[in-house]
Design a protein around this ligand. Sequence first.
Ligand code: FE2
Ligand code: FE2
Length: 323
Amino acid sequence: MTTTAQPPATAAAEQDAMSAAFDAAVAADARIEPRDWMPDAYRATLIRQMAQHAHSEIIGMQPEANWISRAPSLRRKAILMAKVQDEAGHGLYLYSAAETLGVSRDELLDKLHTGRQRYSSIFNYPTLTWADVGAVGWLVDGAAITNQVPLCRCSYGPYARAMVRICKEESFHQRQGYELLLALSRGTPAQHAMAQDAVDRWWWPSLMMFGPPDDESSHSAQSMTWKIKRHSNDELRQRFVDICVPQAEVLGLTLPDPELRWNASREAYDYGPIDWTEFQEVLRGNGPCNDQRMEQRRAAHEEGTWVRDAGVAYAAKHGEAAA
Ligand SMILES: [Fe+2]
Ligand SMILES: [Fe+2]
């Protein structure tokens, strides 16, 4: 019997094989797990997106935590505290999920604190009245859910699994905001006016949460090929508008867009133009609360140094005892 000696696989051939396995897994809707080979650009995209998502969760605690001490009843206070605490938990799941890609939480927080990574621009708007807590829950958490439900099927396993639990909690957030606005809308004329004013201020920034229009979105096409993203920015924005219009009717509140109307041929609501100049300005750091949010975040990090130190000391002691 004769054997034919095979030439050793070259590094390039191995690379091709791993790349083909990755493409096949993505095509088959299988999950990519932390120890699997993945293209560098896929890893970098996920780190950027998951970090931005995690940062948004913890910065997003600020505008609403602002109202915990002024909630109008014990029931409302308990609900709001639970919601703000959930957001801290979402940050934790997402930083942990991002760590599976080989970055540390310290590194990500450092990038946030030095302005090298972003958080969602929506959190640079102020919460001026109690009704804003309702509008944020209904619209901001509602937009977040619309964006995030498809992420439960994202190709990266740890991100997809984190999103399942996050989405369940986000729907509680959306419902509490809706119920709060409904109570105000059915209350006194002053309460109704306060609810309407909050919706007037939060509607357009919520539509901007879906990101720039599809033809201007630089990361979208590649993310869709990798199945990190499943729907385009404009598709998700449309879905959100179509969900909100009937809900606003039940609330007895008006969405601040004179061009909003049902389009029978598209079977969707048409809506007016979005002021992308405002979006760009907020992204550039010129939103109403950008500086305040970052100052508060950096201060919270510094003031929490002793907690992290205590955690490390406890872990070291625990490790020694176990050894
Ligand atoms: Fe959240
Ligand atoms: Fe939320």
